[in-house]
Write a protein that binds this ligand. Structure first.
Ligand SMILES: [Zn+2]
Length: 244
């Protein structure tokens, strides 16, 4: 079971030997085997300020501060949807927390996605957001990937054949890789670990563009709610029906 978070559980005096990730979950591993999992949620971030002064503006949102040989590392979270948990070792982290996650989105293949979607009749957008089906895709990247794959967010996931799954898997990997290259999307206040803003927001083809012209066909993009999330798609480019 997860250990209570106390200063000595936070790897005090230990050496961080590895950083691992599955989907949206991160973990720091230490040389004595302990693991700290970090879930960033909406506004959480791990931050290594370049100078001591850097941290002052963020001070009220700092929940944890580690002093490392190379400087300080902070866990900040303005809206508190994030979390930090301690585990006695990597195996417990895996069995308690990560075993419920689907395959990782950054390396997902067509056959893996096809298998993971299974026979669910939920809309493909809802299935992609379900972390037990696929780990690592959120609202922005689901919309961007489905647009690039030319598949409507409403299509029942079970309608996607092997070819469609291969297309969606490729587009998911592409938009995530682009997002990483661009340092993430800074829509409001996101900053990476070095305090830099991302520029993925400049690459969005649909997200946040409801009512604006589609970059491909110039028809107005539609905005609506799918899987309880604001969703933007092109009625012309993204097909509702797929051959099975
Ligand atoms: Zn279009």
């Amino acid at each position: 079971l997860p250990c209570a978070i106390t200063p000595c559980r936070l790897l005090l005096g230990e050496c961080v030997t590895d950083l691992i990730r599955h989907g949206k979950q991160l973990a720091l591993l230490s040389d004595n085997g302990r693991a700290i999992s970090v879930q960033l949620g909406m506004t959480g971030r791990l931050w290594m300020p370049k100078t001591p002064d850097d941290a002052s503006a963020q001070e009220r949102h700092v929940h944890i501060m580690w002093t490392l040989e190379s400087g300080r590392m902070l866990f900040c979270d303005a809206r508190r949807f994030g979390s930090v948990e301690a585990f006695p070792n990597r195996d417990v982290l895996q069995s308690v927390k990560w075993n419920v996650l689907g395959p990782d989105a950054l390396t997902i293949t067509g056959p893996e996605l096809h298998r993971s979607l299974g026979i669910t009749h939920r809309a493909i957008k809802a299935a992609l957001l379900d972390q037990s089906v696929l780990a690592g895709v959120g609202n922005i990247y689901a919309d961007e990937a489905l647009f690039r794959a030319r598949i409507s967010p409403h299509v029942p996931a079970s309608y996607l054949d092997a070819d469609a799954c291969a297309r969606v898997a490729t587009c998911i990997r592409e938009v995530l890789e682009l997002g990483i290259m661009r340092g993430g999307s800074t829509i409001r206040d996101y900053r990476d670990g070095r305090g830099e803003a991302g520029s993925m927001q400049d690459e969005f083809l649909v997200y946040g563009r409801g009512g604006m012209p589609c970059n491909v066909c110039e028809q107005q993009l539609t905005s609506g709610t799918v899987a309880q999330r604001t969703t933007v798609w092109c009625e012309t480019c993204q097909k509702n029906r797929l051959s099975r």
